[in-house]
Write a protein that binds this ligand. Structure first.
Ligand SMILES: [Mg+2]
Length: 270
């Protein structure tokens, strides 16, 4: 199938946000029209993010401030996917959350009990913790070394999170600190795991052929799409350059300069 035809055949677009729909606090000029056109043509889209430091409500606000009207139902975050995983495998267990208040709230909202008591903890959850303290590192190390059988889960594998000035350490880096102390690695939920795309398709009743992922990072966005068996579209409007793409072993199905080319494909026959 020719690229534009393939793009038009998709019923569900799973968008990465930063580097795909906006950069930092700057929306790309095609973004609003793209989202609007997808909606008007009866297609669905979800904003898919690995960032577990913000709750869905935080993201609704953040997108609102950029001019994108979104509701809770428009998101698939690693916190939501983690909650789903926990329901499936660790229902009712008391969670020690090395994460932000927003992540704790999100998990409480899902019916989980969050504790700081290392003795009553039944499952450890690591998130992108912008409120990290040494006490939490100590507690997690203590639990993993004294009770190595405890379930140990991380919301996302990212080593760094981009900021205006460069990067700050993300969940993957903190998990490496814990690994250095305990030699334990968590089960990781976010991209590149296929769990978020799979959950999205399941929730919306969309088949593998009808879904696609659009993102600017090969090792998270594109990999999650490839792992889920759906069309994976790399946009060069964010952190991936053509040099990085050339060197990568994982190849997207489609490469676009930016997501504006999806809009152009949709408009072609409208
Ligand atoms: Mg991105």
């Amino acid at each position: 199938m020719q690229t534009n035809e393939l793009l038009r055949s998709k019923k569900l677009y799973l968008f990465d946000m930063d580097g795909t729909l906006y950069l930092g606090n700057q929306l790309y000029d095609f973004t609003l029209e793209l989202l609007d056109t997808l909606k008007k043509t009866g297609r669905r889209y979800l904003f898919m993010t690995n960032n577990s430091s913000k709750s869905v409500d935080d993201y609704v606000k953040k997108l609102g401030s950029l001019g994108i009207t979104a509701g809770r139902e428009d998101f698939m975050t690693s916190s939501q996917a983690t909650a789903y995983y926990l329901h499936k495998h660790h229902e009712g267990q008391k969670l020690y959350v090395c994460g932000t208040q927003s992540l704790k709230e999100e998990l409480r909202r899902e019916g989980f009990t969050v504790t700081t008591d290392v003795n009553e903890t039944e499952c450890i959850v690591m998130g992108f913790d912008t409120e990290l303290t040494f006490q939490k590192l100590h507690d997690v190390s203590f639990m993993l070394l004294t009770r190595p059988e405890l379930p140990y889960i991380a919301t996302n594998p990212d080593y760094v999170c981009p900021t205006e000035f460069g990067s700050v350490p993300d969940c993957g880096s903190v998990c490496d600190m814990i690994y250095n102390a305990t030699k334990k690695r968590p089960i990781v939920i976010g991209k590149p795991s296929p769990l978020m795309p799979q959950l999205a398709m399941e929730a919306l009743g969309i088949s593998v052929d009808e879904a696609c992922v659009v993102g600017d990072r090969i090792y998270t966005d594109i990999k999650s799409g490839l792992n889920a068996g759906i069309t994976s579209i790399l946009v060069l409007s964010g952190e991936t350059t053509s040099e990085i793409l050339d060197e990568s072993a994982d190849k997207p199905h489609i490469v676009l300069q930016d997501a504006g080319q999806i809009l152009a494909a949709l408009k072609e026959l409208n």
